[in-house]
Design a binder for this molecule. Structure first.
Ligand code: IPE
Ligand code: IPE
Ligand code: MG
Length: 239
C-alpha cells in the first residue's frame, strides 16, 4: 500500500464516518456469543481509529450505539455499555497528551447510560475541547432525528425566531466538525438507521459487505479510492 501517495491526494475526504455494523453476525458465523462480536469490533475500532489518523483525515465519526439499540436484550446493552466505558478510558490514556479532540455525540443525560460513563464522557469532552489536530466523534446513545429536535428546542430557548441552515449547524453536536464527506456502513445493510440525517445530505455513501470486525486497513484504503473516483457535483454541473 502506497500510503504517502494516498495521503497527498487532494481528493482525500476530510471527515469520514463508520457505521460499525455486523458484529453480531460476525460472532454468529463463528458460533460465538454476540458479545464476542462486539469485543472483536472494539478491537478493530482501535486499529482503524489510529489508521484514519495516520492517513491525515481530520475528523472521524463513529456510530457506536443508537437510541434504538436500547431495544436489544439487557445483557447485550450492558456489555456494550461496559465497552464504551473502556473505550473512554482508553481514549483518555492514549490521546489526552496529543492534539486530539474527543467528542461524544448523543444524549449523555440519559439515566440509562451508567452514571460513571456519563461523567467520564463529559470530562473527556471538556478536557480535549481546545484540541484541533484530529477529532474523534463517537456517537453513543445517538439519534439523528433526536439531535434535530434537540437543536430546535435549543433554538426556541435562545429566543431566535428565524434562522437559516448555516445557523442551524451551530446547534448540532457536529458544529465544530468539517462537512461529512464519506460514510461507510459495513455488513451490507442498505439503510442509514438514524445516522446524521442533517449532516449527510451531500455525503457519499458506501456499503461494503464485510462485517465490521473483519473490515481491514486494506478495506479502508479500497473504500477511500472508491470515494476519490466519485464525481461530487453538489447540484452543479461538473465533468
Ligand atoms: C453493530 O453490530 C454494533 C451495534 C449496533 C452496537 P450489530 O450488533 O448490529 O451486528 P449485527 O447487525 O447484528 O450483525
Ligand atoms: C446501526 O446498526 C447502529 C449502529 C451501528 C450503532 P443497527 O444494527 O442497530 O441497525 P439496524 O437495526 O440494522 O437498522
Ligand atoms: Mg446491526
Amino acid at each position: 500500500m502506497n500510503l504517502e501517495k494516498l495521503k497527498s491526494n487532494p481528493k482525500m475526504p476530510k471527515h469520514i464516518a463508520f457505521i460499525l455494523d455486523g458484529n453480531g453476525r460476525w460472532a454468529k458465523r463463528r458460533g460465538l456469543l454476540r458479545s464476542l462480536g462486539h469485543k472483536a469490533g472494539f478491537d478493530n475500532l482501535k486499529k482503524q481509529v489510529k489508521f484514519v489518523q495516520e492517513l491525515g483525515i481530520k475528523n472521524l465519526s463513529l456510530y457506536c450505539f443508537s437510541q434504538e439499540n436500547w431495544n436489544r436484550p439487557k445483557e447485550e446493552v450492558d456489555y456494550l455499555m461496559n465497552i464504551f466505558s473502556d473505550m473512554i478510558d482508553e481514549f483518555r490514556k492514549d490521546y489526552l497528551d496529543k492534539d486530539i479532540r474527543i467528542l461524544i455525540s448523543g444524549d449523555l443525560d440519559d439515566e440509562r447510560v451508567p452514571y460513571e460513563t456519563r461523567v467520564k464522557a463529559k470530562k473527556l469532552i471538556e478536557d480535549t475541547k481546545e484540541k484541533t489536530g484530529f477529532v474523534i466523534n463517537a456517537c453513543i446513545n445517538y439519534g439523528g432525528r433526536q439531535e434535530i429536535v434537540r437543536a430546535v428546542n435549543n433554538i426556541i430557548k435562545s429566543g431566535a425566531n428565524a434562522i437559516n441552515a448555516e445557523d442551524f449547524d451551530n446547534y448540532l453536536y457536529t458544529k465544530d466538525l468539517l462537512p461529512l464527506d464519506f460514510i461507510i456502513r459495513t455488513s451490507g445493510q442498505l439503510r442509514t438507521s438514524n445516522f446524521m440525517p442533517w449532516q449527510s445530505t451531500y455525503s457519499e455513501w458506501y456499503f461494503p459487505k464485510k462485517l465490521w470486525p473483519s473490515f481491514s486497513k486494506r478495506d479502508l484504503v479500497k473504500s477511500l479510492k472508491l470515494f476519490m473516483r466519485r464525481n461530487r457535483r453538489f447540484g452543479a454541473i461538473k465533468e
